[in-house]
Design a protein around this ligand. Structure first.
Ligand code: M6P
Ligand code: ZN
Length: 184
């Protein structure tokens, strides 16, 4: 290793992450039961429909203090009734851990909720950068008719607390009303 200049191990070009140790995961409708409001519309859809994929670089073991994780999420366009395809959403298991999200392609809304269940949204566009402080739950909805891709960087000891959102959801939903996204 000494005095050697090594080739890069990873590339992040446009919205594609390639190189060593990339982990891929996907969430289909069958993985998102109970997240959307319109159960009837949900029931009529093919549960194998892909909602989003995540490519991540997780260079250290989960829960390692001081490390960082990097990911790109690709949310497909679509709706269940009038509710946009979106990520499950989570608080961090270590609730005070923060995260950066940034928009790469497509248009979305970053939906944020504090511990008192106040909810607000931020438009996500190519080039938009979003600092998500600790103690804030976060979820992204794709409001465009193309794939929405966004980057993320978070501490390796943040973890995901999905339970809170699975049980109580977000206090507001992002619904399309007269062709426009509304937080209701
Ligand atoms: C981003 C990061 C990941 C997260 C992913 C999907 O890439 O925040 O930690 O897993 O989005 O979001 P969720 O886990 O809420 O489905
Ligand atoms: Zn997070």
């Amino acid at each position: 290793m000494k005095n050697k200049i090594l080739l890069p191990k990873l590339f992040f070009t446009k919205d594609v992450l390639t190189g060593q140790n990339i982990t891929k995961s996907s969430r289909k409708l069958k993985d998102l039961k109970g997240i959307f409001k319109d159960q009837e519309a949900f029931d009529t859809m093919d549960k194998e429909t892909l909602v989003y994929d995540v490519s991540s670089h997780l260079p250290v073991k989960e829960d390692t203090p001081g490390g960082l994780y990097f990911g790109v999420t690709y949310i497909h366009p679509g709706k269940i009734g009038n509710e946009y395809f979106m990520t499950k959403g989570h608080f961090h298991a270590q609730i005070d851990r923060a995260e950066y999200y940034w928009g790469i392609q497509g248009e979305g809304i970053l939906i944020l909720m504090d511990e008192d269940r106040n909810v607000w949204g931020e438009k996500m566009l190519p080039g938009s950068l979003h600092y998500i402080p600790g103690r804030i739950a976060h979820r992204v909805a794709n409001v465009s008719n193309q794939i929405l891709s966004f980057g993320a960087c978070w501490p390796s000891d943040a973890g995901h607390n999905y339970k809170e959102i699975a049980e109580n959801g977000f206090a507001k939903r992002l619904l399309e009303i007269n062709g426009i996204p509304n937080l209701i």
